[in-house]
Design a protein around this ligand. Structure first.
Ligand code: DQA
Length: 146
């Protein structure tokens, strides 16, 4: 069985740990990647972790995952609220998709309350800090075991 999962991160998440730490916490993206790989190993998943500031690169990675992977965890960051292109790419995938947001977007500005990704996601984890990535991988493993 295919156990490869892509964890995709959108714009500005490369600045995790430096950027607005009161909102996003102090973990760096490198630390989150290390934890995702470890959590994946415990769950029997092979995690490929990516970050891009470019919408088309995220679309290309989703199309690549469509051919190679068994599921996606995605924090599309600001593109969550704007990107029909990312939603269309996810809609072309048949495997489970879990959406993650580090901060509680519903406690923040109203423009963050709408998510294109949520129109497709099989599960959504919001406001659990970077631990949300671990929860998302756990959920993906459960869905893949079914
Ligand atoms: C975010 C929330 C988005 O609204 C924001 O644009 C981000 C990060 C989060 O993880 O909380 O860049 O997706």
């Amino acid at each position: 069985m295919n156990r490869l999962v892509y964890v995709l991160n959108g714009p500005n998440l490369n600045l995790l740990g430096e950027r607005q730490p009161l909102i996003y916490g102090s973990d760096t993206l490198g630390e989150v990647e290390g934890r995702c790989i470890e959590t994946g190993e415990k769950l029997g998943l092979e995690v490929h972790f990516f970050q891009s500031n470019a919408e088309h690169e995220l679309v290309n990675l989703i199309q690549e995952a469509r051919r190679t992977a068994a599921g996606i965890v995605i924090n599309a960051a600001a593109y969550t609220h704007t990107s029909v292109a990312i939603l269309d790419a996810l809609n072309a995938c048949e495997f489970p998709v879990i959406e993650v947001h580090i901060s509680n977007v519903h406690k923040r500005e109203s423009f963050r309350h709408f998510s294109y990704i949520s129109q497709r996601a099989d599960g959504i984890i919001i406001g659990c800090g970077t631990q949300g990535y671990d929860f998302a991988l756990q959920r993906l493993a459960t869905l893949l075991a079914k």
